[in-house]
Ligand binder design. Structure first.
Ligand code: SAM
Length: 346
């Protein structure tokens, strides 16, 4: 039982158990990505998504002077598709490939197995922590941060409450537990602003950002994030559960449905700035992929294809860049040291 009778648990601990419990956790026992799973991600929609990232990585390497060694770290690699396609593209850029050390930071034992099978001919290291040799290090993350457990706080009549889950007679319910404003600010590492009524963030996400920015500051490199979210000072309740591509009641289908949320990119930017990384670019997935030349690439690739295949290529790209699909809801953030002066795709 995830929660004993009459006991309570804060939201982030609950999510952590549901998704990452060693034995029963959602991500620990299944591959949720793809048509037969619960959701689909950009690398699994079109190969060209990963190709654009590969070209972007090679350009970054060139821009910082083609160092003899660069670490490329994927955070949360799912079924390994993005890394697989990135490596395929790198094969055409031998010097950059020779200089690149590839890593995957992955928590799920189950997905790690799938990744290792898929990438068995490649030279990749799987890591459980974010400690790397002293080379420039670039982190890439597609739908990684939205998979981390979050806390929620709400202000009602000038009193702050944290969201908990309670087990009452083996039925789960939400309930709000009083918390001091100062305690939230300590966790958040930001002051709560006047009139702020709701807060949603991932303490684990902030911890990971702390480790990453430390490495970027010391050894150079950057962090490239793709995720769904919004860019506003005000935070919204975006917590959601998904099963078989449809919304699910978060307190039902425990261990069998995904739990996720929308990234508040304004908060993410402010957090990164506080961690003393000053060059932060933000755009939509649509603009990024168009600037990287995804349509031109699709034209070249599909030139000699029969009509049905050609339309499939374009249909998939449309899904990634269309304003009504993933084009604007998905954002791209790049954080790096100012001296790099690199903003390709933004
Ligand atoms: C939503 S999936 C995205 C997978 C992949 N990036 C894609 O786009 O298809 C989230 C991934 O992050 C991994 N993950 C979640 N929390 C993690 C953590 N704390 N450390 C390492 N990996 C984690 C999950 O196991 C999964 O591989």
């Amino acid at each position: 039982m995830i929660l004993k009778k009459d006991s309570t648990i804060p939201l982030d601990k609950f999510i952590d158990k549901v998704l990452y419990d060693k034995n029963k956790g959602y991500y620990m026992n299944s591959n949720p990505i793809g048509a037969g799973g619960d959701f689909i991600t950009s690398p699994n929609i079109s190969i060209m998504f990963s190709e654009m990232i590969a070209v972007w990585l090679i350009s970054f390497w060139e821009k910082i002077g083609c160092p003899k060694n660069i670490n490329i770290v994927e955070l949360g690699a799912g079924n390994g598709e993005m890394m697989y396609q990135i490596l395929n593209t790198f094969k055409k850029f031998k010097n950059c490939k020779k200089s690149s050390n590839f890593f995957i930071f992955e928590k799920s034992r189950y997905l790690k197995k799938i990744q290792k099978r898929k990438l068995k001919f490649e030279n990749i290291k799987w890591v459980n922590n974010l400690k790397f040799s002293k080379f420039p290090t670039i982190f890439i993350a597609n739908e990684f941060f939205d998979a981390l457990p979050i806390k929620q706080f709400v202000n009602k009549k000038n009193t702050w409450y944290e969201k908990y889950i309670v087990n009452k007679n083996n039925s789960f319910n939400f309930f709000d537990k009083k918390i001091k404003k100062e305690a939230i600010e300590k966790l958040l590492k930001h002051k709560i602003f006047k009139n702020q009524k709701f807060i949603e963030f991932s303490p684990l996400g902030n911890k990971i950002l702390g480790s990453i920015t430390n490495i970027i500051r010391k050894n150079n490199g950057g962090l490239l994030i793709f995720d769904y979210g919004y860019n506003s000072r005000i935070m919204f309740d975006t917590l959601q559960s998904v099963k078989k591509h449809k919304k699910n009641n978060l307190l039902k289908n425990i261990y069998k449905a995904d739990i996720t949320y929308l990234i508040n990119f304004n908060f993410l930017k402010e957090t990164i700035k506080k961690l003393k990384i000053s060059s932060i670019n933000l755009t939509t997935q649509r603009k990024f992929l168009l600037k990287m030349g995804i349509l031109e690439r699709a034209e070249i690739v599909s030139k000699n294809m029969p009509f049905s295949k050609k339309s499939d290529v374009h249909f998939r790209i449309k899904r990634l860049i269309d304003k009504k699909q993933m084009g604007t809801l998905f954002k791209v953030l790049f954080a790096t040291n100012k001296k790099n002066n690199f903003s390709l795709g933004f």
